[in-house]
Ligand binder design. Structure first.
Ligand SMILES: Cc1cc2nc3c(=O)[nH]c(=O)nc-3n(C[C@H](O)[C@H](O)[C@H](O)COP(=O)(O)O)c2cc1C
Length: 182
């Protein structure tokens, strides 16, 4: 069973998540590389649904039994690099999983910028329902008394120090789903 973890990350949270997944699934890892990797452009293009595309992957997507797509949410969108990846390579993916380390928590998942809407967009761009989607809100690693502090939330990072407690429980459950399907 060969798995590829393909990810995009701007500030490192989703890179950390992707690296953990690749290690625990003994998977290869593919950084999704936008042709124009300029943050304001990527935000705008995610919102306006335009793109200059992504560079050719370093791995042959069709050679894998499953792909775990990982990346952040910006303004309720499936961000341009992830969308481009699905547009270009979605048909070659045999079994697709999606994971995001996002800002909004479970209590906001159905809001305009929440992750539930992004899960539906993954399905739309993949052309079929993914095997499973999971969100790892950064809130899970922020102390309760700091969760109303927007700055603390934006500064929170997944690291070996912060990756513990409830986020690890959720992560292990996600891993089990992938492994048990194998
Ligand atoms: C411009 C911008 C917009 C964002 N919009 C959302 C959003 O709509 N919903 C959400 O859950 N998180 C949102 N976030 C939070 C990111 O998804 C979160 O910080 C994520 O962990 C960043 O991932 P990265 O470190 O891999 O880049 C936003 C962050 C930025 C910078």
């Amino acid at each position: 069973m060969r798995t590829l973890v393909a990810y995009y990350s701007h500030t490192g949270n989703n890179r950390y998540l992707a690296q953990q997944l690749a290690r625990d699934l003994e998977a290869d890892i593919e950084p999704i590389r936008p042709r124009l990797n300029v943050f304001p452009f990527l935000i705008l293009s995610s919102w306006l649904h335009v793109t200059f595309g992504i560079r050719k992957p370093l791995h042959a997507i069709a050679a894998y039994d499953s792909v775990v797509l990982v990346g952040p949410i910006w303004m309720g969108n499936l961000i341009t690099p992830l969308r481009s990846f699905l547009n270009k390579h979605g048909k070659k993916i045999k079994v697709l999983y999606f994971a995001t380390c996002c800002g909004g928590g479970d209590d906001q998942k159905d809001d305009k910028f929440g992750y539930a809407g992004v899960f539906r967009k993954v399905e739309r761009y993949a052309g079929r329902p993914p095997a499973y989607c999971e969100a790892f809100p950064i809130k899970l690693v922020v102390p309760e008394d700091e969760q109303d502090d927007d700055e603390a939330m934006m500064k929170a990072r997944l690291t070996d120090e912060t990756f513990k407690g409830p986020i690890v429980d959720r992560y292990n459950a996600f891993l089990s789903r992938i492994k048990n399907r194998s």
